[in-house]
Design a protein around this ligand. Structure first.
Ligand code: SF4
Length: 322
């Protein structure tokens, strides 16, 4: 049985077959925030005793530390991070978008030189369709493989752009939203074009990526004033970079504290007496969410720059490698 929710299809039948094959009768069900209100649809379709996970689900990096009395975790909506090992069985149910509009008639005319294509797991079919369309019109298309954090060619995570094709002249993201293409644009230090297969519209990361880079420069200047620096570490299994946190602490010339969080919430972070933060958890916390915190939040690379150990010209996007 395929469950369809909000324009996305989930292959529950395939997952039920796997549970049966493995003899699993009790599962913990984890869904992202956007699917919480539809939890009953999944619960009813799964052929096992279901307990629902009530904690966060930001991505496949955010699996529970333990699954209580359940025999396996069923994680809905994201794809597996191949390099991430946990000590209980996990079954992933990916969501695939079913709604798509025709490509703009002049899509191939907008492409210059080799075209690198990217997407998220939800829109991989649409990316393949764009690849066929462009190749039929004489374009050269490249789709990068990615490292061990990436399951499918061309797939992006907000913290990993290893599928990027550095030499391509045009970079085209097929999918919705700006979160992934903006991260890619910062990682490439180039403009990324966007084709939204749901609205059929074209867009670009320019000038937002340039604005973001300018904001990063200003934040680095601010953290140079810090005299009490907090180094944030996440307990989430796929975001945990304790070695990086230790390296940052060694670099720090003022008072520095490494603090581990299960949830990095402003009221918890701001309750410490810090005046600057180095984030080793999800890289997007520093880039997209830093406005939620009172003190400047930088990435590890930015802290190295702030400490004078690297030039600003060598700034790179913070990524979690696989
Ligand atoms: S670390 Fe952040 S960007 Fe990466 S998968 Fe997790 S939530 Fe997404």
């Amino acid at each position: 049985m395929t469950v369809t929710v909000g324009g996305f299809e989930f292959d529950i039948e395939g997952m039920n077959e796997k549970l049966k094959r493995e003899g699993i009768g009790k599962i913990l069900l984890q869904v992202p925030d956007g699917l919480r209100r539809k939890i009953g649809v999944f619960q009813d379709a799964i052929e096992a005793e279901v307990t629902v996970w009530g904690g966060t689900c930001y991505g496949a990096c955010d699996l529970p530390l333990d699954i209580g009395e359940s025999e396996a975790l069923v994680h809905v909506g994201h794809t597996e991070i191949p390099g991430l090992k946990v000590d209980y069985p996990v079954f992933y149910v990916e969501g695939r978008n079913t709604v798509s509009r025709p490509h703009p008639q002049d899509l191939s005319e907008m492409m210059v030189g080799e075209v690198a294509l990217y997407s998220t797991v939800q829109y991989l079919e649409q990316m393949d369709s764009v690849a066929r369309y462009l190749e039929d019109r004489g374009c050269t298309v490249a789709i990068g493989k990615g490292d061990d954090r990436i399951k499918y060619p061309g797939q992006l995570l907000g913290c990993n752009f290893s599928a990027r094709v550095d030499g391509a002249l045009t970079h085209l993201y097929v999918g919705t939203g700006r979160f992934h293409p903006l991260g890619l644009s910062l990682s490439l230090k180039k403009e990324v074009l966007i084709f939204d297969p749901v609205t059929g519209e074209m867009g670009s990361t320019y000038p937002d990526a340039d604005r973001m880079i300018r904001r990063r420069f200003a934040t680095i200047q601010r953290i140079r004033e810090s005299t009490r620096t907090g180094i944030i570490v996440s307990q989430k299994q796929g975001q945990r970079r304790f070695d990086t946190a230790r390296d940052m602490c060694r670099l720090c010339e003022v008072h520095c504290t490494v603090v581990e969080f299960d949830e990095i919430e402003p009221h918890l972070v701001d309750s410490f007496d810090w005046d600057g933060l180095v984030n080793t958890a999800c890289p997007r916390l520093a880039l997209d969410d830093s406005i939620r915190f009172e003190d400047p939040v930088v990435t590890p690379v930015e802290y190295i720059i702030a400490q004078g150990e690297m030039d600003w010209e060598d700034w790179t996007m913070d990524e979690i490698k696989g």
